[in-house]
Design a protein around this ligand. Structure first.
Ligand SMILES: [Zn+2]
Ligand SMILES: [Zn+2]
Ligand SMILES: [Zn+2]
Ligand SMILES: [Zn+2]
Length: 360
């Protein structure tokens, strides 16, 4: 991730909505692709100029920024008399947002949006294709952010109805249970499932992998997939899932899989590996922008180069985390079998680059 500057010269970060130094409002300008100071236009309520002098585009805040306070992006005001879009380039993918009358849901939704913006930033960085139905993209990408609900019975003789929300992907729709944004609940689940990491961004990186499996592999490149990850049809997913929850992961999985969950089925192995690849891209991109020595540009480097740099950065970052009593930042052991799977993901990502980025 890049870092940015307010008009006053202070550093600003991707998630910020206000400069910590001069209190100016900040927002993402979709025209110059920067987090910039928002300069209010005197005679036009709700309109701003992008603070980047070379850009100066006329902007309005995304509805989820102006009204809901869960976004920090803006929409460009078109030159034509047309109205600017209500939702920004990232919020337009939301199909369902949680019930905001329930205490805690807004804060959890905000955390989900923070992670979603990071995910889409990385997809844009890698120029991976994604879009809604109206963009002609198949499968169309959408997000449902929902909470488990208990519908109280209306009449004393009727039954209550419960809806359990499962985090997952189906046909382009990524559903995330807002409980995953609750730090206490998420940490409980992490300990219960013996996971090295369980993060909100991690869920997005895992589920988007299933999206890309459907877009880039299913029915078009399954033979190549099979050679690296094994036969996803035998055993089938349900059978593999039942076996995993009964017997647990295969012994000594650490040398061949990036996580215990990856051992369940080739689809989950791919998703966990893809998510690890996005972790690596994000860390290397941040390190490059922060001018950390020994980093490399993850959009152009070879996979072996990226791995060498990520492993050496990981040694340092893990020790830093241990110094602070935190879990390891890079918990994986990158042996040859895991490197081969990452190479597959790397080749898939590079071959799938969209011709021009969405912003162009
Ligand atoms: Zn400032
Ligand atoms: Zn701009
Ligand atoms: Zn937005
Ligand atoms: Zn999965």
């Amino acid at each position: 991730m890049r870092s940015f500057h307010c008009l006053c010269g202070s550093l600003a970060f991707f998630e910020n909505t206000q400069c910590l130094s001069c209190s100016k409002e900040l927002g993402w300008c979709p025209v110059c692709q920067n987090l910039t100071s928002l300069v209010a236009v005197a005679d036009k309520a709700g309109h701003y100029r992008c603070g980047n002098a070379e850009c100066g585009s006329l902007l309005v805040k995304c509805h989820n920024y102006a009204v809901e306070s869960v976004c920090n992006r803006c929409c460009a005001v078109p030159d034509s008399p047309e109205k600017p879009p209500e939702f920004c380039d990232y919020c337009r993918f939301n199909d369902t947002v949680p019930d905001l009358t329930v205490p805690g849901n807004r804060e959890n939704w905000r955390r989900l949006e923070v992670a979603k913006r990071r995910l889409l930033y990385t997809l844009d960085l890698l120029q991976l294709p994604y879009g809604r139905q109206e963009d002609g993209v198949d499968p169309p990408l959408t997000f449902d952010f929902k909470a488990d609900t208990t519908h109280k019975p209306k009449w004393w003789w009727s039954m209550g109805r419960e809806e359990r929300v499962y985090t997952g992907h189906a046909g382009g729709k990524i559903t995330i249970n807002v409980r995953e944004a609750d730090t206490v609940e998420r940490e409980k689940a992490r300990v219960l499932f013996q996971e090295a990491h369980r993060t909100v961004i991690g869920h997005f990186r895992h589920e988007i992998a299933h999206y890309y499996w459907q877009m880039l592999i299913e029915d078009v490149a399954e033979a190549e997939f099979l050679k690296v990850f094994g036969d996803h049809k035998n055993p089938g997913y349900t059978e593999a899932q039942t076996r995993y929850y009964k017997d647990g992961p295969v012994p000594n999985w650490e040398t061949r899989f990036v996580s215990a969950y990856a051992t369940m089925h080739p689809w989950e192995d791919f998703a966990e590996t893809f998510a690890t690849y996005l972790d690596m891209v994000s860390v290397l991109d941040t390190a490059t922008h922060m001018k950390v020595a020994e980093s490399c540009d993850p959009t152009t480097a070879t996979l072996p180069d990226m791995l060498v740099r990520y492993i050496s950065l990981g040694v340092v970052l893990n020790e830093m985390n241990r110094a602070m009593g935190l879990t390891d930042l890079v918990p994986e052991i990158f042996g040859a079998p895991i490197a081969a799977k990452l190479q597959y993901v790397h080749d898939l990502v590079r071959a799938s680059k969209r011709p021009t980025s969405v912003a162009e």
